[in-house]
Design a protein around this ligand. Structure first.
Ligand SMILES: Cc1ncc(C[n+]2csc(CCOP(=O)(O)OP(=O)(O)O)c2C)c(N)n1
Ligand SMILES: [Mg+2]
Length: 550
C-alpha cells in the first residue's frame, strides 16, 4: 500500500514501541504531525521550546528504559535542541531527535532556515543521518533507535527533508530484532570472584550504567561480597540509601567517609561507571594499590582511565549476578571491620544536617532537607534534581530508599530538571513526579508549566529561590573577592505565576510551612510550583566551595 514518508515514519516508530513524542511544530514537520493526528498509538506532547522537548525525551528515556523521542522543525527549531542533545550525550541517554529539513531540490542554497544538521550535531551525538529517499525512512529511523539504545546509549538525530517526508512509498516496516547485551565471560567472572573472595576492604561503585531495575542483583552482590556500596555522582537512585552497606554518593559534595572508603579499598568493582571528573575527584580517587574490576557495556571504557585487574565487557546486572553466583559457590564473605567502620562513619555524617540559620522571611536549607526527607517517605514520589547549589544537600542528606525514585543531572545543563520531570511523568503516569530546581534554572523553562496544564501533566516543582545564580555567585564570592556581576535576580512570586497559568502555586517563606505546602501541591493533582524563598546568599552546605573550574 502506498503511504507518505511521514506515515511510514510513524509506522516505524510505533513498531519500535514508541508511545510518546515531545515536540514543537514547524513547516518541515507538518506532515509528520498530520500522520500523528491520524493515529492513536503515539501521543504527541507539544511544548513551548525545543530544548524542553529534548530534555523531556531524555527524562522519558531514563524512566522508561528505552528511547525517548522528540520532533522539531529545521534550522532554528533544530538548533534549539542543541543543549538537550549535548547533555544527553554527556550522560549516555538514548534520545532520538527527528528534525525537519528543507526539501532536497532547494538544499545547499541557504534556503530559508536551512542548516547543516549533520555537521551541527555530529560532535555530540552517537549518529546523525539525513534521509535521502522516502522508502528508506523506516530503515534509517530504526537504525537510529538501535544505535541510541545499544552499547553505551546516547542521542541520535534523523534529519528529514520535506520532500522525503511527502514522497510516496510502499516500503514494508519491519520490527527491530531483539538485541541482548554481551554476557560476562566465565573466566573473567572467576577471576573477579577470586579477587573479591580475598578482599578485606571491597567497594562496589554503581554508575549510570547500573540501572535501578537491576538493583536486586547489586543487593545480592553486596550481600555475597560484604562490600561497601557507593554510587557515582547524582546516581543515588541505583541502590537503597538506607542499606547498612551503603556509604553514599561520590562526586561533588561527597563525604570524606565515602571518598576515603573508595581510596582505601583493596578491590573496587565499578559497574556502569566511566570515572567522570567529579566522581573520580579529577582522577585522583582510586589508590595505586586498588585492584579494579571494571564492568561496562562499552568496551572502549575498559582501561580508558584506569587499567582494570579484571575487565568485564557485559551488562552490569548480568555480571553482578554471575560474580555473585561464583562467590556463593565458594562461600559468602561477611562485612569486614574496615567496611563496617566506613558504613558507620557515613551513617553518622549523613544523619546530622548542619543547622545554618536563615534570615527572617527566608527558608533555611536544613528545613528544606527535612521536608524532602518526609516527601521521599511517600512510596509514589519520584524526585528529579536539576543543577543548583542545593544539590549537594540532597546528595548528602536526603536518602533515596526506593531505587529508581530519583534522577539527577550529571551533565550540568541548567533547566534539565523540570522538562525531564515532564518526561518521567509521561513515562510513569502513576507516579508523582517532583522536580527540584534553582530559580535560575527553573526560569529558563518556566513557560512549560503551560504545557503541563494543557496536557494534564501534574509535575510539582519545588523551586529553591535564592534570587541568584547561586553557583556563579559563589565563584565570585570565593575567587573574585566578592565582585558580584550578573548573578543576582529579581524574580516574581513563582507561586502566583503558577496560578496565573492555571496550576497550583504557593510561596513559602517559613521553613515549618514547607511540608504542608508540598503536600497541598501534590494533593491538588495539578502542575504546581512551590516557591521556596531563601536568603540571597543561601547555597551550598557549610564548608563546601563551588566546583573548581581550574
Ligand atoms: C545552560 C547552563 N548555563 C550556565 C551554566 C553555569 N551555571 C551553573 S549553576 C548556575 C547557576 C544556577 O542558578 P540556580 O538555578 O538559581 O541555582 P543556585 O545555584 O542558585 O541554587 C550557572 C549559571 C550551566 N550549568 N548551564
Ligand atoms: Mg538560585
Amino acid at each position: 500500500m502506498t503511504r507518505s514518508g511521514a506515515d511510514v515514519l510513524i509506522e516505524a516508530l510505533a513498531a519500535e514501541g514508541v508511545t510518546t513524542v515531545f515536540g514543537l511544530p514547524g513547516t518541515t514537520i507538518m506532515d509528520v504531525l498530520d500522520a500523528l493526528a491520524r493515529q492513536s498509538v503515539i501521543t504527541f506532547v507539544s511544548v513551548r521550546h525545543e530544548q524542553v522537548a529534548g530534555f523531556a525525551a531524555d527524562g522519558f528515556a531514563r524512566a522508561h528504559g528505552d528511547v525517548g523521542v522528540c520532533l522539531v522543525s529545521r534550522g532554528p527549531g533544530a538548533a534549539n535542541l542543541a543543549t538537550a542533545l549535548q547533555n544527553a550525550y554527556d550522560e549516555s541517554i538514548p534520545v532520538l531527535a527527528l528534525v525537519g529539513q528543507v526539501p532536497a531540490p532547494i538544499a545547499q542554497r541557504r534556503a530559508f532556515e536551512e542548516m547543516d544538521v549533520v555537521s551541527a550535531f555530529r560532535p555530540f551525538t552517537k549518529w546523525v543521518v539525513e534521509v535521502g529517499e522516502t522508502g528508506r525512512i523506516p530503515e534509517l529511523a530504526q537504525r537510529a533507535i538501535r544505535i541510541a539504545v545499544t552499547g553505551r546509549p546516547g542521542p541520535v538525530v534523523v534529519s528529514l527533508p520535506l520532500d522525503v517526508l511527502q514522497g510516496p512509498t510502499d516500503v514494508r516496516v519491519q520490527r527491530r530484532a531483539r538485541i541482548l547485551p554481551p554476557v560476562p565471560h566465565p573466566d573473567l567472572v572467576k577471576e573477579a570472584a577470586e579477587l573479591l573472595l580475598s578482599a578485606e576492604r571491597p567497594v562496589l561503585i554503581l554508575g549510570g550504567g547500573a540501572a535501578a531495575s537491576g538493583c536486586d542483583s547489586y543487593l545480592a552482590l553486596a550481600a555475597g561480597t560484604g562490600a561497601a556500596v557507593a554510587t557515582t555522582w547524582l546516581r543515588k537512585g541505583a541502590f537503597p540509601n538506607d542499606h547498612p552497606q551503603f556509604i553514599g554518593s561520590l562526586g561533588y559534595g561527597a563525604f570524606g567517609s565515602t571518598e576515603e572508603a573508595v581510596h582505601d579499598a583493596d578491590v573496587v568493582v565499578a559497574i556502569g561507571c566511566r570515572f567522570s571528573e567529579f566522581t573520580s575527584k579529577r582522577w585522583t580517587l582510586l589508590g595505586d594499590r586498588t585492584a579494579l574490576i571494571h564492568v561496562d557495556i562499552d568496551p572502549e571504557e575498559l582501561g580508558r582511565l584506569y587499567q582494570p585487574a579484571v575487565a568485564i565487557w557485559a551488562d552490569g546486572e548480568a555480571a553482578a549476578r554471575a560474580v555473585t553466583r561464583e562467590i556463593l559457590s565458594a562461600g559468602q564473605r561477611q562485612v569486614g571491620p574496615a567496611t563496617e567502620r566506613a558504613c558507620r562513619r557515613y551513617a553518622d555524617e549523613s544523619r546530622l544536617v548542619p543547622e545554618a540559620p536563615s534570615a527572617p522571611g527566608a527558608v533555611a536549607s536544613a528545613d528544606l532537607v527535612a521536608a524532602l526527607r518526609g516527601l521521599m517517605e511517600r512510596d509514589d514520589v519520584v524526585l528529579v534534581q536539576d543543577v543548583h547549589s542545593f544539590g549537594p544537600w540532597i546528595s548528602r542528606y536526603v536518602k533515596v530508599t526506593r531505587p529508581g525514585s530519583y534522577f539527577g543531572a550529571a551533565g550540568g545543563a541548567m533547566a534539565w530538571g523540570f522538562p525531564a520531570a515532564i518526561g518521567v511523568s509521561c513515562a510513569w503516569p502513576g507516579k508523582r513526579v517532583v522536580a527540584i530546581s534553582g530559580d535560575g534554572s527553573f526560569w529558563m523553562v518556566a513557560q512549560d508549566l503551560e504545557t503541563c496544564v494543557r496536557e494534564g501533566i501534574p509535575v510539582v516543582n519545588i523551586v529553591v529561590n535564592n534570587y541568584a545564580f547561586g553557583n556563579t555567585r559563589d565563584r565570585q564570592r570565593f575567587a573574585h573577592d566578592g565582585r558580584y556581576l550578573g548573578v543576582f535576580l529579581t524574580n516574581p512570586d513563582l507561586g502566583l505565576f503558577a496560578r496565573l497559568v492555571g496550576g497550583h502555586g504557593e510561596r513559602v517563606t517559613v521553613g515549618s510551612d514547607l511540608p504542608g505546602a508540598i503536600a497541598r501541591a501534590l494533593d491538588s493533582g495539578l502542575p504546581a510550583v512551590v516557591d521556596v524563598v531563601q536568603d540571597k546568599m543561601e547555597g551550598l552546605p557549610p564548608g563546601l566551595t563551588p566546583i573548581t573550574s581550574r
